[in-house]
Design a protein around this ligand. Sequence first.
Ligand code: HEM
Length: 243
Amino acid sequence: MTNILKAPSAESEPSPPASPLLRFYRSSLGKKLITGATGLALAAFVLAHMVGNLLLLVSRDAYNAYARLVENLGVPFYAFELALLAVVLLHAAVGIEIFWRKRQARPAGYSTYQSAGGPSYQTISSRTMIVTGSVMAAFLVFHLRAFKFGPYYTTQLGGEPVRDLARLVIEDFHQLPYVVGYSVILLLLASHLRHGLWSALQSIGLLHRGLRPMAYGASAVLGSGIAIGFLLLPWAIYLGLVS
Ligand code: HEM
């Protein structure tokens, strides 16, 4: 008689219970909270980044001094960059999961959106979040290659050698394809923020029902404001207003 050793089956050994953190991540509520909180953190970064960029409208030195100040922070700066990367990846991963879940739950052929009473907040922005988000993720790879990991020019600032980021940005935005490409991306960013901002506030429970219309309008204004703030620099450079 042959002695057959059976591999332990999934039935005989139940898998260990998922940790509370994993269960939170897997739940619908957890996913909404994660996309909401990471989305708001990214919006805060984008706003700060836009304001920092405007320094190049003041002078090359002001811009380079700002970049050096940030880089001289050392370890806290590198920790911030790592955290930013983690937040971007988490936001994208959970966003994609939510999109797939909604798609699978939708009956086949369902293509029109109807409000279940009350004002509908379905817009072209809300329906294209996956598209605008994906394009921006691809843009980020291009953007970091062009600037962060782009040519390393140096200049003197207060008698010290520093990276001449101002020169790099000015060189790039003297080219029309860059300016037009950034303009398209910033239009998509405005659309993503228009829906993302108020929806994030709603997801993390900060929106009282009565405040919804106001938050909805404020998101559109802030989203467009951030995009316009970013756009000032490429166009000012291209039109020869920054040298
Ligand atoms: C006209 C528009 C923009 C300009 C001129 C610009 C410029 C720059 C520059 C020069 C850097 C490199 C900074 C350094 O190495 O110290 C940078 C980094 C970065 N930019 Fe932009 N940027 C623009 C728009 C955007 C937008 C729309 C986003 C996001 C949607 C974005 C996200 C980032 C990120 C994540 C980094 C890396 C930050 C870090 O590692 O510290 N940028 N940008």
